[in-house]
Design a binder for this molecule. Structure first.
Ligand code: QUE
Length: 334
């Protein structure tokens, strides 16, 4: 078992603690395997009524271990694809888990952290939550089932293309309750005693915080419903507001290939169930991780940290059709 995940039974509760705080609990392959194995055991264990997942340290979870995925590609091994395969299967297991699955979110929750929380039954978030799907910034795509939940959110295409960080006020649809982190221990104790999640959570839930995106919501929905990435950028440029200018600039700084893939992925995902979304993400991800933009994006954001990625192709116009990424390669997730 991987010490970066602590899996313990406390009374009626199966408690999972992500314990790699120095890396903001970014999910290694070992952590993914330990989570999947504990969840499989507890699904069949009548003593476990509920599962809780939480993160040690400052963050719930910053994502998947994309540095390791990049290194595996550089080393010429299949380990990167294998990590993603097991991560997406874990996301599917959480999405169809037979018992209440309660995620206690605080601090940074991005990428892979969303995948091990949003598909569960309850997502309790501390007011200091910082949520994002920032994959277009590293030459990747919104994965871990994000194509499912983002394609169903009014601002989902905006969040996916820009990687915008949002707080609890704007995370309706992603979280179920706002609960202060200081009350997480109380939730854990109540569930361990066998109390029902609703009975414990309801008295602790606070009023949602003000919605920061509220003044821009109509703009976002009108602009991001456009039929192509070019049309979205055209509408942003024509809008003229500071928000639209900043948003267009952000999208133009992302990997052009990632932006095109993300747009096409979310459009398709709107008609698919979670498992179909994960399977489609896996097809794309296997091709994207061997691309130069993923290598370069992870290098610029997380290895050298110069934040100056050189994307290839460098412009949307130069990115041709992305249909080939969506075709089956024979190695399907399910
Ligand atoms: C996009 C991502 C990730 C990211 C930054 C992005 C991601 C991820 C991390 C991350 C952050 C801090 C760490 C760490 C990893 O950053 O998936 O090990 O200490 O895991 O722009 O998708």
């Amino acid at each position: 078992m991987d010490s970066a995940v602590i899996a313990e039974k406390r009374g009626s509760l199966g408690l999972l603690t992500l314990n790699r705080p120095q890396a903001l609990n970014a999910l290694t392959h070992g952590m993914i395997r330990t989570l999947a194995s504990a969840l499989a055991d507890w699904a069949a264990d009548d003593a476990v009524k509920t599962v809780v997942i939480r993160g040690a340290g400052r963050a719930f979870c910053a994502g998947g271990d994309v540095r390791a995925v990049r290194q595996a590609v550089l080393d010429g091994t299949q380990e990167g694809a294998n990590l993603l395969r097991d991560e997406y299967r874990l996301n599917a297991l959480i999405g169809s888990y037979p018992k209440p699955y309660v995620a206690l979110l605080h601090g940074i929750t991005m990428g892979g952290g969303a995948g091990i929380s949003v598909h569960g039954t309850y997502r309790l978030a501390d007011p200091g939550l910082v949520f994002a799907m920032p994959e277009t910034a590293i030459g990747f795509i919104p994965d871990v089932g994000a194509s499912h939940f983002l394609s169903r959110l009014p601002a989902g295409m905006y969040l996916a293309l820009t990687g915008a960080r949002i707080g609890v006020g704007d995370a309706g649809g992603l979280i179920t309750h706002v609960v202060a982190q200081e009350n997480f221990a109380h939730v854990i104790e109540g569930l361990a005693r066998g109390e029902s999640p609703e009975a414990i959570i309801a008295p602790l839930a606070r009023k949602p915080e003000p919605d920061v995106l509220a003044p821009h919501r109509r703009r976002i929905e009108t602009i991001f419903s456009a039929a192509s990435v070019e049309a979205i950028l055209e509408r942003l440029d024509r809008d003229g507001s500071e928000f639209a200018r900043d948003t267009a600039q952000t999208i133009r700084a992302m990997s052009p290939t990632s932006v095109r893939l993300t747009f096409a992925l979310l459009r398709q995902a709107a008609k698919l169930d979670l498992k179909q979304c994960l399977a489609l993400e896996y097809r794309l991800a296997r091709r994207v991780i061997v691309s130069s933009d993923f290598r370069e994006g992870v290098r610029a954001a997380l290895v050298d940290k110069d934040r100056a990625p050189q994307w290839k192709p460098a412009s949307l116009a130069a990115v041709g059709a992305v249909d080939g990424f969506f075709a089956s390669s024979g190695d399907e997730l399910f």
